[in-house]
Structure formats: C-alpha cells, structure tokens
Design a binder for this molecule. Structure first.
Ligand code: HEM
Length: 258
C-alpha cells in the first residue's frame, strides 16, 4: 500500500536515473551515434511534457478556466523553443559522420514517434493513414485520442458558449464562422480580452511548433540532402510539406481579414 505521502529516497531513485541513463544503447561504434540518440530522447522527454500541458490546457478550456489554460500554453511555447535549440547541437554532426551509422537505423524513423503524432492529434490534425505505421498498442492509443475532441475543438466549443455562432472545425478546412468569431474578438480585444489572449497564445504555440519543424527540415537538408528518409518518404519534400501545415487555420486567416 502506498503511504499517504511518499518521500523520495534520494536524487537518483526519485528521477529513475537507473532507467534513463541506461537507455542510450548505440548500435555502432561510431562516436556521433550517442549525440543522435540523446537528442532524440531529450526531444521525446520534452514532448512528454508538452502532451501533459496541452491536455491540462484542454481540460481547463472545457471548464471555462482560461487563466490556467493560457499559462500551460505559455509553457508549451517555451518547451518548443527549447526543443528547437536541440537542432544546434545535432547540426554539429556532418553528413559523413551520420553515414557511418545511418544504415544501422533500418527503417526506424521519427515518422513512428507516437508522442509526435499525439501532439498533432491534440492540436486537431486527423490523418488515419499515418497511424498504420504504428504497432497495435500505439495505434489503439492514437485512435482513442483521435476520437476525442482536440484542444482546438474545445476552443471552438468555448466560442460557441460565448454566444458566437460557430460550426465544428474540420481538419484542412477554414471554417468561415470560426473566422468571423475570431474577427469579432480581434476587432475589439477589450470586450473579449480572455479569448483574445487565448487566440494569441494558440498562435504562439503554432509559431513555435513550426520553428521546430523548419529547423528539422534544415538540419535534414544539411545532413542527408535529398536522400530518401529511413521511414520511406521522399525526405525533404515530405518535410517541406510538414513545415507548411497549419493547425489553427482560422487564426491565420483572421490576420488577412482584419
Ligand atoms: C540526422 C538527423 C535527422 C534526420 C536526417 C532526420 C530525417 C527525417 C526524415 C527524412 C523524415 C521523413 C520521414 C522518413 O522518411 O523517415 C523525418 C521525420 C521525422 N523526424 Fe527526423 N531526422 C533527424 C532527426 C530527428 C530528431 C532529433 C527528431 C526528434 C524526435 C526527429 C523527429 C522526426 C519526426 C517527429 C518526424 C515525422 C514528421 C512528420 O510526420 O511530420 N528527427 N526525419
């Protein structure tokens, strides 16, 4: 039975460093493989925090508690910024260094990152075909997540509760009534301050995430050029399209319409 409150034994056991620091297992003898593994793992840890914060923000939006939601999203922005700096470390690896161990990766690719897909789904992206690449337990988790409203769905529902006439948003489409609602908010921020703040924070999230994707694209470009990805996509062309994705299109459209 767990005590009413548990206290840590010591630093290493509290942080489970036995597991974390034992998880770097290069498959080759090549010096730079450690860098490659650590940057991926660090990014996965930050993504774990992002999921935690986005789910918290989403619950708070659903409960009309916008203060805590905005605070959590501000942390998500900072976390993406830290993730983006990781590319600086990884880009010290030259194409020749990477080629020394690339073949050891087989078909392993960031394309199979379940947490990355979860973040996309939480932001509202629905792309069932890509989920086929995951093993059944991960696929089941991602399908469950896809069946729930996304963060942006909750934001649109909130606009509805505030009296705006909005229809549900669909991935890849700009919903005109949602644009109109944001237009009203952005034309008179003082009357809708909390929605205005939430809209801007969502755009900060989108902007920070796109900077991570752009730096991924540039790092890939300098390390493998136009080679195909280990995950089997065209590589750079695939990633260029990923850079161009927008998750909250109505918030971008509003910039043009104002
Ligand atoms: C040498 C460094 C890297 C190279 C050459 C590289 C290359 C690629 C390529 C070519 C793709 C397209 C899919 C494929 O065909 O494999 C991809 C996707 C991806 N990579 Fe990387 N990558 C690198 C580092 C990283 C790191 C450090 C992360 C952090 C977790 C990461 C996360 C991802 C994710 C999440 C995707 C899927 C993106 C999407 O579906 O939109 N990659 N990568």
């Amino acid at each position: 039975m767990t005590a009413e409150w548990e206290t840590a034994d010591d630093y290493s056991s509290y942080l489970r460093l036995d597991l974390i620091l034992d998880a770097q297992r290069p498959l080759s003898e090549h010096h730079d493989e450690m860098l490659f593994i650590v940057v991926h793992q660090a990014t996965e840890l930050w993504m774990k925090l992002i999921i935690h914060e986005v789910e918290y923000a989403q619950r708070n939006v659903a409960a009309d508690e916008l203060g805590p939601a905005v605070k959590a999203l501000a942390r998500v922005v900072r976390t993406f910024e830290v993730m983006t700096w990781h590319w600086q470390v990884l880009s010290t690896m030259t194409p020749a260094d990477y080629l020394m161990f690339r073949s050891r990766l087989g078909s392993a690719s960031g394309l199979q990152s379940v947490q990355y897909r979860a973040i996309e789904i939480l932001f509202g992206r629905r792309r069932p075909s890509i989920l086929r690449r995951h093993p059944p337990d991960e696929r089941a988790y991602l399908h469950r997540l896809s069946d729930r409203p996304s963060l942006y769905d909750e934001v649109v529902a909130l606009l509805g509760r505030r009296g705006f006439e909005v229809g549900p948003v669909a991935w890849g489409k700009v919903e005109p009534r949602v644009v109109d609602a944001w237009l009203t908010v952005y034309r008179d921020p003082d009357s809708h301050w909390d929605l205005y703040e939430l809209g801007e924070k969502l755009l900060d999230v989108e902007h920070a995430f796109s900077r991570w994707r752009f730096e991924h694209f540039q790092t890939v470009r300098r390390i493998i050029g136009r080679k195909r990805g280990t995950g089997g996509t065209s590589g750079l062309d695939y990633l260029r399209r990923a850079v161009d994705h927008v998750y909250f299109p109505e918030l971008w459209e509003v910039r043009t319409r104002l």
